[in-house]
Design a protein around this ligand. Structure first.
Ligand code: SAM
Length: 327
């Protein structure tokens, strides 16, 4: 079991398969990050991912989510999914959805149930502006394909003032006829993404906007949930808010992260990283490294965000870009 010094048990691992992405969302993949991709030799290979993941599973990890960068741009993504599907874990993926149609059979064979698709706008032009590519039609088609194939589909929308706030209601409206689970994510600061607290639309503000149009009810949050869930009675889907900035949920955090170059992070906002891949390649036992990294986890937001978000200067945080961490 992986316990930290605050008695939190960690059984959920997010593995980034690559720091590359086919899209260029400025909040995640800023120009400065795109210029600094990892050399191929520094990436974990498929067998290395399997070996590192097996140690986490031995230590009690029950859920693994693949992410990136865009996990599906990796040439051996299907092989990695197949390898990890052999473990007794719940396997999930977060993707921008562009290549999903090429992986439907792999997802099914791997018994992968939950797929998170990122989509920040339902407007083609705006979507192209945010993502740097005209991908709306493909992403939407693939979202429907996932639903048609019985996957549990969450749609992640990063809410940013002046960008897509006016579409919050349109996203809720989607849940009327589709069994989609919309997740409104508060905009978070990472290296290079020019975060400004004034662009954050908080949990309370999001609910206020929705309440002007819909009567909705609160759903029960499951243990370790990062999102607060709601639904409009009679609608097929649900919506939720991930309130990282205005109402952090570190108290029962169970998440650990592995970057594409095999560095373990005990929090999305942690400054420090533990080099599991280096240790593995030197033939060392990675278990003590993992245990120490978990034990050293800070109580709240990597020990970096100690003030209310409105007073935070994003430039002061020491971290990587989101695309280099793996969201
Ligand atoms: N490429 C995949 C995708 O687009 O979903 C996986 C990686 S992406 C880093 C994972 C999630 O992180 C996406 O839903 C994305 O919207 C979210 N994300 C990235 N940067 C963020 C930021 N600055 N604030 C909030 N969420 C962010």
């Amino acid at each position: 079991m992986l316990k930290d010094s605050f008695n939190r048990i960690h059984d959920y691992l997010r593995i980034s398969l690559t720091d590359k992405c086919n899209l260029h969302c400025s909040y995640c993949n800023p120009v400065t990050a795109a210029l600094k991709h990892l050399p191929h030799a520094q990436l974990m290979t498929a067998p290395e991912i399997e070996t590192i993941a097996s140690t986490f599973v031995k230590l009690g990890v029950k859920k693994i989510r693949l992410t990136g960068g865009e996990p599906l741009v990796r040439k051996d993504a299907a092989e990695i999914i197949r390898r990890l599907s052999e473990f007794p874990v719940e396997l999930a993926i977060t993707t921008n959805g562009v290549f999903v149609h090429q992986f439907i059979d792999t997802f099914k064979q791997a018994s992968l149930q939950s797929v998170n698709v990122s989509l920040d706008s339902l407007n083609k032009e705006k979507c192209a502006t945010v993502a740097g590519r005209n991908v709306f039609d493909r992403v939407w088609k693939n979202t429907c394909l996932l639903l048609d194939n019985g996957f549990h589909v969450k749609v992640n929308m990063v809410v940013m003032k002046g960008v897509n706030t006016d579409e919050i209601l349109d996203f809720v409206e989607l849940t009327r006829d589709l069994p989609l689970h919309i997740r409104f994510i508060e905009f978070m600061p990472f290296t290079g993404n020019r975060w400004d607290s004034r662009q954050v639309i908080s949990y309370k503000e999001i609910l206020q906007i929705i309440s002007e149009e819909y009567d909705f009810i609160k759903l029960k949050d499951e243990l370790h949930d990062t999102s607060k869930k709601f639904m409009v009675p009679g609608f097929k889907g649900t919506f939720a808010v991930i309130s990282t900035m205005s109402l952090p949920f570190c108290g029962d955090c169970n998440r650990l992260r592995l970057t594409a170059d095999g560095k373990m992070k005990n929090c999305l906002f942690s400054k420090s990283e533990s080099d599991l891949l280096g240790a593995l390649r030197r033939g060392e036992d990675i278990e003590p490294v993992i245990r120490k990294c978990v034990w050293d986890k800070k109580e709240v937001q990597g020990g970096q965000i100690l003030t209310a978000y409105k007073k935070l200067d994003g430039m002061e945080l020491k971290n990587r870009s989101m695309i280099h961490i793996g969201g």
